[in-house]
Design a protein around this ligand. Structure first.
Ligand SMILES: Cc1cc2nc3c(=O)[nH]c(=O)nc-3n(C[C@H](O)[C@H](O)[C@H](O)COP(=O)(O)OP(=O)(O)OC[C@H]3O[C@@H](n4cnc5c(N)ncnc54)[C@H](O)[C@@H]3O)c2cc1C
Length: 401
């Protein structure tokens, strides 16, 4: 039995596991999905959840129904790349799991390391727990009245600020950013964004650096201070340090270095996908973190691994950008169409059409998780070479570096 373990069941890991399981024989390959939560965390809707909207939590079992995938709910806390073994902390204790092929898809978290005080005094929306706490606290602030500051003028900050401004008439929303919110968009899109933020009464302070966050103030680099009752931090993403600590080759942002088949350049039995990978587009640049890029690595890595296990040459990873969808509350949105290399086209969609488009895109991703293809799959036998390699590994004493 060749053991493939996929860690992380997000936008990249979930379709990777499911599509791979459709292409291999279950008497020859066991696909196991190890992930921290039993429900799929739809991160691009967490700001909706934080403002009290009913977001359907979909259990992973619903996506995996009918597939022969073993699921382990637990946190991966260590990877021994020599022994090919994971340490997993689950509800019933600490376990380990051996693999022959590992797919690492642990995603990213909001980076809370860049400014002192973020961890203690600011919230970030990376999971259900944070969103649920925000619901209660925002409702209380709506009662009493007060100010929310959102730090970061990227997509996440813009979406959080717009959602709060639209939902709470008694809360003053302030978006504070080093650069102009949406500065990477086309002029037409920026113009629409500025007008919509102003219509939603989101105040914007741009061109400032936050030096520190205290219990109720942002302290800026020029010593000015901005008071707040509640602060959300959205100053960029960072991947977990687990890959680096395990010894995988990573870049300066701890994203794993991979070749054109998404395989670790240091450990050929490890593939890295989603936000965790420093995968490059055909134009040479590292892909930005986001489901609009990472989501494409999952299905492709499945095909790559299936091809290698069954003795075929895999196609290299291919990707081009197409669009960026930004929600501005529930009534407005902005879709920026993109060139292959992520530079903005002049084409945009706005208003209700754009928010409908974004909803359709997010729902489409979930449909893809249920039916990730391939439509007509031939379950090929493992190649002689894979069988020999797997046997050798399983019988060999653990290598030590
Ligand atoms: C508020 C918010 C809004 C966003 N909006 C957008 C958007 O509009 N468009 C866009 O393109 N991107 C958006 N993003 C980014 C997007 O969500 C991520 O880029 C995407 O989820 C990355 O996919 P992934 O599979 O790499 O990671 P994730 O989807 O985060 O999946 C990681 C998986 O790993 C699991 N996991 C993590 N650590 C462990 C561990 N130690 N052990 C076991 N399991 C673990 C997690 O539970 C999860 O299942 C948003 C993010 C946030 C936080």
């Amino acid at each position: 039995m060749h053991e493939v373990v996929v860690v992380g069941a997000g936008y990249a890991g979930l379709p990777a596991a499911k599509r791979l399981a459709r292409q291999v024989r279950k008497d020859e390959v066991r696909v196991t999905l190890v992930t921290a939560f039993p429900d799929f965390v739809e991160r691009p809707r967490l700001h909706q959840m934080a403002t009290g909207q009913e977001i359907v939590r979909v259990p992973l079992t619903r996506f995996l129904r009918g597939s022969a995938i073993d699921v382990v709910i637990g946190s991966v806390t260590g990877i021994d790349l020599d022994r090919r073994e994971l340490t997993i902390v689950a509800e019933d204790g600490v376990t380990s799991r051996r693999y022959d092929t590992l797919v690492y898809a642990l995603g990213s978290n909001i980076d809370t390391t860049t400014v002192p005080g973020i961890g203690e005094h600011a919230r970030n929306l990376t999971g259900f727990a944070a969103a649920e706490t925000a619901v209660t606290d925002l409702a209380a602030l709506q009662e009493s009245g007060g100010r929310v500051v959102v730090c970061g003028g990227g997509l996440t900050g813009i979406e959080i600020a717009s959602e709060i401004a639209e939902h709470y008439s008694n809360i003053e929303t302030l978006l504070v950013s080093h650069s102009q919110p949406g500065h990477w968009l086309s002029p037409k899109a920026r113009n629409y964004l500025d007008r919509t933020l102003s219509r939603l009464e989101v105040d914007v302070i741009a061109g400032v650096r936050i030096r520190e966050i205290t219990a109720n103030q942002l302290v800026l680099a020029n010593d000015a201070a901005i008071d707040f009752d509640m602060c959300f931090w959205a100053g960029g993403f960072r991947v977990p340090t687990l890959a680096r600590e395990a010894g995988l080759a990573v870049n300066s942002h701890d994203r794993a270095l991979v070749d054109t088949t998404l395989r670790s350049i240091s450990h050929p039995d490890v593939y890295v996908i989603g936000d965790a990978a420093a995968a490059a587009g055909s134009w040479g640049d590292e892909l930005a973190m986001g489901c609009r890029s990472g989501g494409f690595t999952g299905p492709q890595v499945a095909d790559i691994i299936a091809a290698r296990l069954t003795g075929r040459d895999p196609n290299p990873f291919r990707f081009r950008y197409f669009h960026e969808c930004i929600s501005l509350g529930r009534k407005h949105g902005l879709v920026q169409f993109l060139n292959a290399d992520e530079s903005p086209k002049n084409r945009i969609l706005t208003g209700h059409k754009a928010i409908t488009y974004k909803n359709a895109t997010l729902n489409g991703a979930k449909t893809l998780f249920k039916h990730p293809g391939p439509m007509f799959s031939r379950r090929r036998h493992l190649s002689e070479r894979t069988i020999a390699d797997t046997g050798q590994r399983q019988n060999a004493p653990a290598r030590r570096s």
